[in-house]
Design a protein around this ligand. Sequence first.
Ligand code: MG
Length: 352
Amino acid sequence: MRLRHAAVTDIGLARESNEDGYLASPPLFAVADGMGGHQSGDVASQTALETLTRELQNGGDLAAAVRTANSEIHQRARTQPELAGMGTTITAMIAGPKITDIVHVGDSRAYLFRDGNLRRLTVDHTVVERMVREGKLRPEEAQHHPQRAYLERALGVDPDVDVDSYQVETAPGDRILLCTDGLTSMVDEVVIRDLLADESDPGRASQRLVETAVAAGGSDNITVVVIDYPEEAAAESSKRSRKIRWRKPPRIALLALGVAVALAVSLFTARTVALSRWYVGSDGGRVVVLRGVHGFIDSVEERTDIPVDSLPGNYRDRLVQGISATSRDDAKRIVSNLREIQADLNGQGGAP
Ligand code: MG
């Protein structure tokens, strides 16, 4: 598979150094956003990227490589006083023609751009994003929240780290964007989407994304990597699998196909079992609780009487994408928060 790709990093307007880093050696791509005093953030992000490269060259698994990077950064931060407290985010992927592996810790992001739609693939490990997910904060409040940069997870902070792993179904013509928060804290997703739609060349797209963040006053380091999957090579099987859409309501045929695909993948790697996830989403205009293997299929586990139209616009958008939950109970909590928001909004002070 011949990928077209480009990467751009920029120091931004208010930093003394660029502590972001990226990897672009197909099929491996990554961004890392380092943090720490005296430019130790740069050591953290570079250590993460170098460890990832080395471990994968030695035949390691992507998530295991991230855990090894965590140990190395943590160890160095503990033993070298000038590096104390350093850490980094990591969002990395191995591109495949049908399945792309993504691993993620922190608040850098991966997006899938397909058929003119932009879908975020990763969850920010920030206090603010958790509050949004729990319905305690509105999405529009989150982007400019003063504590939006407070990370709940980063590499190097603790001896062990939880690594999010996803397997995403990819199709010909897909475009994936990896970026640090220097982009997403300055540029709205709608603008990112339009820009990705406008610029078919990955180099121009990357450049314009960074320029847009700087023009918006981007004070932080900004890094983007754009990866384009080839349009051709549309084998029969990939044409079929392309019909499985993230947003599609569940249907029996799709479900059967999804189960078959999930089963095939789980035979391929036992890790898939851990990727079974809960979401709150929409079906038939109502809020529903969904379960699925990330990127493949969703099955409706529970229906509610909450009309999606009765919720604020940003929640509607998020429901269409699916709000991820850590468990069934977590999904239920999100639903009850949505119910409260709906009741507040409609001035009922509580649903009957
Ligand atoms: Mg940053």
